[in-house]
Design a protein around this ligand. Structure first.
Ligand code: SF4
Length: 811
């Protein structure tokens, strides 16, 4: 595969759009001539022929098949795959209205014709054309969770749901409705428009333990977001901290690694597992789970003590260096080595390498303590500070700063936040306890970073569903999420969802969560809706590929009466009397608005624009009059935003990073540690699944039939566990079972447990709920307040404590 740097040459045409020049908006469009897509540019024709198309019904078919072929209506449509975040470009071949083949688009700068195992060997058919996909709206007719349903029409479903929502709003106030989202399987953030217009502030999801925490804390530090624009392709050193793209972003990683190797760039990996990327690293730090904040402080300490920081940048652009220096001094390397289990020499080596190799980037990483548990804020803040004091912010080859509006309308959309009154905002769940991600925190940073949206605290929300304190939460809409798998403390989530008056789930399949709903509604897949994909890890060629639906409703004889995300919200809004606030009745109406800054309609955008390049404007801080969009106008090593939140809430939030031993750690509770001696992590990605998806029996599940946990061979021997044994994994919350895989990639004191396991082949009705309590790691993870990050309320997926023992035969 070509490196993306060289592959940029093959784009056909570059057109400058003067209306965007002079600021940080998109100003370059790589476009193709205006013909229909299958007769587009030479490179595209080549792409299609390389995919084995018989010239898409335009080339003479082979004689033997001439008659048959003449009767087949065939076309190829371009799309972005949304089976994960990467949005690879694909070419979908349709015959007589059915998709028969999906292949990588060789013209796509990101995947260059490659796809992963989720699409390979026609596996996608097991998703798209799975006979168990939801086909019609279902209304619960028996007890909640009894598996008894009746099919109804969409009209009846919308009428009834809207009526019940209006009644609940009249009785309890709009805030009685909450929304739960998953991860980027739909038009992200669309629900905000509905909840704002309905009048509820309560939207939540897993962003708290994922991206959202960084999206709030980085703007607190430098008034923008850096870690999703790390310049891997030009960095001389990349630090992967809690990120294993070889498992989660394989297609990106292949060419990123090749590019790094060709340029001789160095790689540091920090991870509790000797994972795939660690095996490619120049330096690997095997960190004790949950101690990332301590490591960040130890590295900051070395960099300051050894005078390796960027004096010019710190003196001119940073606020609070003296306070930071004092705090970092509390974390000498030997102490940090004890906390993190990383030898002191390696900590020093990593700090020196990072501070002295220029440029270096430190991309966003997920499960390295970033978004998880008691020290999450400090870990994220510590990493943001490391980027700053080494002078890597907004540098070519460093971590580049996003600014408001730099992707036109495509992310900074009108979601009617103004429609929500201050009185309603103040009711957001978590506002008082965990204000970072709620409206309290959002109000402070929203001017700097409008792309961030506030998040209710999910553990608090589930408790409030049960208690009704301080006000009742009686209704919940779930889209692209499966809370019975996705949130810690599953038994509590179960009780909470069962206590609702109205639960609505919009999904592809019946799931453990849908099984508890009042209405279950068939959703449109990525092939059945409009989309804009944002593939690439390369900040120089962020691509935005638009696509119209590849498949229309009922096309090709399918019997699935789906509604796409937009139609779902629009039609519900129509029944509730605020449809006029939307862009129009169709998804395409909204997409037209998204691409309006490029001077074209969405259909044209899909046909004519191959990809858009976001120009890289590094070192914006050198422009005259520049100020970082923080209260001090500087990079805040000491956060005045956090200080302000502490004052406003009367809470003891620390403006500087720090480390506290979680209550389950032996240093905090030796007795507990004796009972549960192993340190447990979860969330490591494994193919072919994506979060809770693809567990249905068939092509995906055949690749990975059973849940697996990793255990070091020495530990396994000491516990009389052999590879493949079914074992109980137990915490104070209960026990689940998975099969043992012995591997030296984990420390003997650590086990790595797979997440999101359920069994669609098992009974739907309670108490089974598709076997959701058997192997689902969230059954044994706790979300009690004492384990949560005090500022953002994120719960721990890393660093829990567990014990393991072999199942008996009868288990
Ligand atoms: S990596 Fe993700 S986006 Fe690309 S083909 Fe696989 S599932 Fe689709």
């Amino acid at each position: 595969m070509k490196s993306p740097v060289t592959s940029m040459n093959h784009y056909a045409k570059v057109t400058a759009f003067p209306q965007f020049s002079g600021n940080h908006l998109l100003d370059v469009i790589h476009s193709f001539p205006l013909q229909p897509m299958i007769a587009a540019s030479p490179s595209h024709r080549e792409a299609i022929s390389r995919c084995g198309e018989a010239s898409v019904a335009k080339t003479a078919p082979r004689k033997r098949e001439e008659k048959d072929m003449a009767e087949v209506e065939r076309e190829v449509k371009r799309a972005s795959c949304f089976l994960c975040h990467l949005n690879c470009g694909v070419l979908c071949t349709k015959e007589n209205g059915r998709v028969v083949k999906i292949e990588g688009d060789p013209d796509n700068p990101h995947n260059e014709g490659y796809v992963c195992s989720r699409l390979e060997h026609d596996r996608w058919k097991d998703f798209e054309y799975n006979p168990n996909r939801l086909k019609r709206p279902l209304k619960r007719v028996g007890e909640r969770g009894s598996g008894q349903w009746e099919e109804i029409t969409w009209d009846q479903a919308f009428d009834e749901m809207a009526g019940r929502l209006a009644d609940l709003r009249d009785k309890y106030g709009a805030e009685t409705l909450c929304f739960l989202e998953g991860t980027y399987r739909t038009q992200s953030n669309l629900h905000y428009k509905f909840t704002n217009l309905f009048g509820t502030p309560n939207t939540g999801g897993n962003g708290t333990i994922c991206y959202s925490s960084d999206m709030w804390l980085e703007p607190c530090t430098y008034g923008g977001f850096c870690s999703d624009k790390s310049d891997w392709m030009r960095a001389d050193l990349v630090v992967l901290w809690g990120r294993n793209p070889a498992a989660s972003e394989l297609l990106n990683w292949q060419w990123t690694l090749r590019n790094m190797q060709e340029r001789g760039a160095k790689l540091i990996v920090i991870d509790p597992r000797f994972c795939e990327v660690a095996q490619k690293a120049d330096l690997f730090l095997q960190i004790r789970p949950g101690t990332d904040a301590a490591l960040a402080l130890g590295m900051i300490n070395v960099i300051i003590e050894e005078d390796l920081y960027d004096h010019e940048f710190v003196e001119e652009w940073c606020y609070g260096f003296d306070q930071l220096k004092e705090r970092a001094a509390e974390y000498p390397v030997e102490k940090v080595a004890e906390i993190t289990w990383i030898p002191a020499g390696k900590i020093r080596q990593a700090a020196r390498m990072y501070a002295t190799t220029k440029p270096a980037c430190l991309p966003w990483g997920e499960k390295g303590g970033d978004g998880c548990g008691l020290n999450a804020s400090s870990a994220i803040q510590g990493k943001a500070i490391l980027r700053a004091i080494t002078g890597n912010i907004d540098k070519v080859g460093g971590d580049q700063l996003t600014m408001p509006g730099d992707r036109g309308n495509t992310e900074d959309m009108n979601f009617s936040h103004d429609a929500l009154s201050q009185e309603q905002r103040d009711k957001m769940v978590g506002n008082d306890m965990y204000p970072g991600l709620t409206f309290k925190g959002w109000d402070i940073i929203s001017k700097a970073y409008p792309r961030f949206y506030p998040y209710s605290n999910a553990p608090t929300m589930f408790r409030q569903m049960i208690s009704g304190d301080p006000y009742p939460i009686k209704a919940c809409i779930v889209q692209a999420d499966n809370p019975m798998l996705a949130f810690s403390n599953t038994k509590l989530v179960h009780e909470a969802l069962k206590s609702l008056d109205l639960l609505i789930v919009h999904d592809y399949f019946m799931t453990p969560t849908a099984a508890l709903a009042d209405y279950v509604l068939p959703a449109a897949t990525w092939l059945e809706r409009c989309s804009i994909g944002y593939p690439t890890m390369d900040v120089e060629q962020v691509s935005m590929a638009g696509s119209m639906p590849v498949l229309e409703r009922f096309e090709g004889g399918t019997d699935i009466d789906f509604r796409d995300d937009y139609e779902f919200w629009y039609e519900l809004s129509e029944r509730l009397g605020f449809a006029d606030k939307w862009w129009g009745p169709k998804y395409e109406d909204m997409m037209n608005d998204q691409v309006a800054p490029f001077g074209m309609k969405f259909r044209d955008f899909c046909e004519k624009v191959k990809y858009l390049k976001v120009p890289n404007v590094p070192e914006k801080y050198k422009e005259p009059g520049f100020k970082f969009l923080t209260p001090t106008g500087k990079v805040e090593l000491y956060s005045t935003v956090i200080e302000k939140l502490a004052k406003e809430t009367g809470r003891n939030f620390d403006p500087l990073p720090s480390f506290t031993f979680p209550p389950n750690f032996p240093e905090a509770d030796p007795e507990y540690a004796e009972e549960y001696p192993l340190c447990m992590i979860t969330g490591a990605r494994f193919m072919p699944f994506y979060h809770t998806e693809h567990r249905q029996p068939g092509a995906y599940r055949d690749l990975h039939p059973d849940p697996i946990f990793d255990i070091h061979p020495d530990t396994a021997i000491s516990l009389d566990i052999a590879p493949g044994d079914w074992c109980w994994i137990e915490t104070h919350k209960g026990r689940i079972k998975q099969r043992a895989r012995t591997t030296t990639t984990v420390d003997p004191r650590v086990i790595s447990v797979q997440h999101d396991w359920w069994f669609p082949e098992e009974p739907e009705a309670e108490p089974s709920l598709f076997g959701v309590f058997k192997s689902n790691v969230n059954v044994i993870l706790d979300d009690d307040a004492k384990y949560l990050d005090p500022l953002m309320g994120s719960w721990p997926l890393t660093g829990a404590s567990a014990k393991v023992y072999k199942c008996e035969e009868q288990d």
